[in-house]
Design a protein around this ligand. Structure first.
Ligand code: ZN
Length: 497
């Protein structure tokens, strides 16, 4: 079923091919102008349409009904049909992976001499051309150096660096790219629909992640999903086919991190390692799940939860590239995300104070890898009084702003027009002139930046309270009493309770 699907929906003309815009445009132009090269070199990752495009090219230039100014094959004439059915004598395909020797190329050279049986060109597609032996390359080189006018070569390779420069320089080269996920997604959804099934968007997203820009893999996985025979393919179905990490583990890990249960979060990662789960896949799947959750919270107007999930997602995405780099300890970035989340949330979300002694090692404000790593060892949290007065904090506020300028320039503006107005042990109150500035700093992630800055300057983790200038928090009680007094006076009443 899976390979059938790939063949069934194989693009039959230029317009059906997704991605590779510049390559299509150039080739179509050459076809229209009748200015073909004798040899083309298609380089790029596997499964992105190199041989498909090569066949379309062969079909187009041999199409019997094509107008000279048209660039698409008719797919109906005898020549097109023969190529589509794999029985054309005008199209010779050689898989160099299994035919790498000199003899195959000699045979090819004999064939090159013949005139096309039908149509105008004999097209030779040599796939995985880098596999040829050096003898075979030399023979091929002679052939493409002086080809007859009716012969056209299309060499395809995933490893162009293995080709002799002499071959490369003889060809018009095109570098194919991985397929863009948006176009791939549209295509997969369309195929599913044609096959009478619908597929959940998240499943398609996962599938595309798995396929890593390879159209052939993506369609092959889709084929397996469709062969389950379900009308609507959900995550649960996908779990039967996609070699994805266990959804339950993903949910458990997310919950542990959000609940600040660092021990569980870390031991779950250990479990992944023990079970040989592919860490990168786990992270990719986790990204998809967190995104789902975040979207849900936002559409439910739960902005606080949405914002926490946003931070989580953001941290995870930023660390994803590290997973591949850390071949020895690919799980380390996940651990860091967990610790970072727990620390950030411990310092910004909670209302109990969590000061860190001034003697704790200070993190220098240097950006770069590792700068946003663990800010302090977890074990160093203990309750100790901060003896900084509000005057000290105000005097050194510039230093705080400097730090923020480095790490989050947009926030430094907001804080530049704000003022620290009160400190009570580790509770620092900052006053803002505008409510919307206050809101910005109240955002979990931004607040964490401010806390980190404060910690960097003062060695203390402050619990930040914010007020906007219209509020008068210090005199609140007095005001309330005053109002009450006025009311009582006016109505000559008394407080009943
Ligand atoms: Zn045709």
């Amino acid at each position: 079923m899976s390979s059938t699907l790939y063949r069934k929906y194989r693009p039959q003309c230029f317009s059906e091919i997704i991605g590779q815009q510049h390559i299509k445009a150039t080739l179509e132009q050459e076809v229209k102008m009748n200015r073909l090269a004798h040899a083309y070199l298609f380089c790029g990752p596997r499964g992105v349409g190199k041989t498909t495009l090569a066949r379309i090219m062969a079909k187009t230039i041999n199409c019997q009904t094509r107008e000279s100014t048209a660039s698409e094959p008719c797919n109906e004439c005898e020549s097109c049909t023969a190529i589509n059915e794999g029985r054309s004598l005008n199209l010779i395909e050689i898989d160099a992976a299994s035919h790498r020797g000199i003899n195959e190329i000699r045979e090819l050279r004999e064939h090159v001499k013949f005139f096309p049986q039908q149509g105008l060109y004999n097209v030779f597609i040599i796939d995985e051309v880098h596999m040829l032996t050096s003898e075979a390359f030399n023979a091929l080189l002679k052939t493409i150096e002086e080809p007859p006018a009716h012969a056209l070569f299309i060499l395809a390779t995933t490893e162009v660096h293995k080709l002799p420069e002499t071959i490369i320089s003889r060809c018009q080269r095109f570098d194919f790219k991985k397929l863009p996920s948006t176009e791939l997604k549209t295509r997969l959804m369309a195929i599913a629909e044609k096959e009478g099934a619908s597929i959940e968007e998240d499943v398609v997203d996962t599938l595309i992640l798995r396929a890593e820009g390879c159209g052939r893999d993506a369609e092959s996985i889709l084929g397996q999903l469709l062969s389950l025979g379900e009308q609507r393919i959900t995550w649960e179905h996908a779990g039967l086919v996609l070699p994805r990490s266990d959804r339950v583990l993903i949910e458990q890990w997310i919950t542990a991190v959000l609940d600040k249960k660092i021990d569980s979060a870390l031991s779950l990662i250990q479990q992944l390692i023990n079970e040989g789960v592919d860490i990168e896949r786990f992270a990719q799947d986790t990204v998809i799940v967190i995104r789902q959750k975040m979207m849900q919270e936002i559409s439910d107007q739960n902005m606080d939860k949405g914002s926490i999930l946003f931070t989580f997602l953001d941290m995870l995405i930023q660390r994803m590239p590290d997973i591949r780099k850390m071949t020895e300890i690919p799980h380390l970035p996940l651990e860091l995300v967990a610790v970072e989340m727990v620390l950030n949330r411990a310092t910004s979300a909670s209302h109990h104070t969590n000061p860190v002694p001034a003697s704790a090692p200070q993190v220098p404000p240097t950006p770069g890898p590792g700068a946003a790593l663990i800010h302090e060892p977890l074990t160093q949290h203990h309750t100790e009084k901060s003896d900084h007065t509000i005057q000290t904090i105000q005097q050194r506020w510039e230093e705080v702003l400097d730090y923020i300028q480095h790490h989050a320039p947009s926030l430094s503006f907001v804080l530049g027009v704000a003022q620290p107005i009160a400190v009570n042990n580790t509770i620092l109150t900052i006053a803002f002139s505008y409510k919307f500035h206050q809101d910005i700093i109240n955002n979990q992630k931004n607040k964490a930046v401010v806390q980190q800055a404060l910690r960097n300057v003062f060695g203390v983790v402050y619990d930040i309270r914010t007020i906007a200038s219209e509020e008068k928090p210090i005199k609140t009680d007095t005001n309330k009493d005053d109002v009450l007094a006025v009311v009582l006076e006016t109505f000559e009443g008394a407080v009943a309770d």
